[in-house]
Ligand binder design. Structure first.
Ligand code: NAI
Length: 334
């Protein structure tokens, strides 16, 4: 059986995901869309020969739609997810699950009432080959226990719209999710550090770079640099220091150039290029999971955890001190 997907919010990533589902992913196709830009997106639906729904609610409750993909703006996610849960339909929600932890907790509660997992959140790093291999290497225990992590999330540049809290809420959130999965551990504290020395490539509303220090229950310390105007590329670092070895990510590339007594390897220009394969794997496994009624990807619980940590991170930036993290009891469906 083919999974019939309805997409809410067809902007940059929504359009990418529709192409991905219709051209790369097996077992699913997009049958309808809704977006507040009605005239423009209705035309798109006509061109694609699919349905344009009169509202998100109509799309969610349609008998022709088996599962929902939410790629609208952040503020609208929680409401649509709750409506999909009210219909007991599978829903893939791009990150963030909601813009505050209370709304995430509400979604967790609604899903628990359904008695099974229906929600997946778009934390695609978990599907990157590099992180998947790192996880296997860590779990093999061949290098002893993990002691600490040195990570970096660097973008070549960010626009004037990008402000200080976004480094944590929009950018570090990807590490915040993938690292607790990688270590199978929970965070106990967050500290945000704003180094005095900043790049001159930034502007008055953005402190760049920043450092986030996360501590886990098992006592692992994670040092994460967030530098969104680094100029030289999209650069993701994850060095895992173990008792008896170091494990890390390599930027995927296939060629190098030797010239003028130097050896050059390319660096990914942006996240779309760096995580292209991860998005494909993410969607194929989500579709398989929905068809087999067994979701294993990032859950509402993970969406809730990410929200609690980013909120604590922002609080730490504002107060200039380390913040202890308090999570609710984790329900048994997760
Ligand atoms: P975008 O601004 O290009 O697209 C958002 C679309 O939502 C627009 O077409 C807009 O008209 C529509 N929209 C606004 N309000 C709506 C409503 N109430 N109902 C239905 N549609 C509505 O934004 P972009 O870059 O495509 O991001 C969308 C979401 O995807 C964001 O939440 C973002 O955080 C997430 N995202 C996740 C990424 C990842 O790495 N996992 C990467 C990029 C985006």
């Amino acid at each position: 059986k083919e999974l019939r997907i309805g997409v809410i919010g067809v902007g940059a990533i929504g359009t990418e995901h529709i192409k991905r589902i219709n051209h790369k992913i097996k077992g699913a196709r997009v049958v309808g869309i809704y977006d507040v830009l009605e005239e423009e997106k209705k035309q798109l639906a006509d061109e694609m020969g699919i349905m344009f729904y009169g509202s998100g609610e109509d799309l969610i409750s349609s008998d022709d739609v088996d599962a929902i993909l939410i790629t609208s703006i952040d503020e609208t996610h929680a409401d649509y997810v709750l409506k999909a849960l009210a219909q007991e339909k599978y829903v893939f929600c791009e990150k963030p699950l909601a813009i505050d932890s209370q709304s995430c907790a509400k979604i967790v509660e609604a899903e628990v009432k359904c008695g099974r997992r229906l929600v997946q959140v778009g934390f695609m790093r978990r599907y990157d080959k590099g992180y998947m291999e790192l996880k296997k290497l860590i779990e093999s225990k061949s290098y002893g226990e993990v002691l600490m992590l040195h990570c970096a999330h660097r973008n070549p540049e960010s626009g004037l719209h990008y402000t200080t809290p976004m480094s944590i809420i929009q950018t570090a959130v990807h590490e915040i999710d993938v690292l607790h999965w990688l270590l199978q551990d929970d965070y106990v504290s967050v500290e945000s550090i704003l180094p005095k020395k900043q790049t001159k490539m930034t502007h008055t509303n953005l402190h760049d770079p920043q450092i986030l220090v996360l501590e886990t229950k098992n006592g692992v310390v994670i040092q994460l640099e967030i530098f969104v105007n680094c100029q030289f590329g999209y650069d993701i670092k994850c060095e895992v220091v173990c008792e008896n070895g170091e494990l890390g990510l390599v930027d995927p590339h296939y060629t190098y150039v030797k010239h003028n007594f130097s050896n050059q390897t390319p660096i990914s220009p942006d996240w779309q290029t760096r995580f292209k394969e991860a998005y494909d794997t993410e969607f194929q496994l989500w579709v398989n999971g929905v068809l087999n009624h067994k979701l294993e990807g990032p859950s509402s619980w993970d969406g809730y955890v990410a929200s609690v940590i980013t909120t604590a991170g922002t609080e730490s930036t504002n107060k200039g001190e380390k913040i202890k993290v308090m999570l609710q009891e984790k329900p048994s469906i997760y």
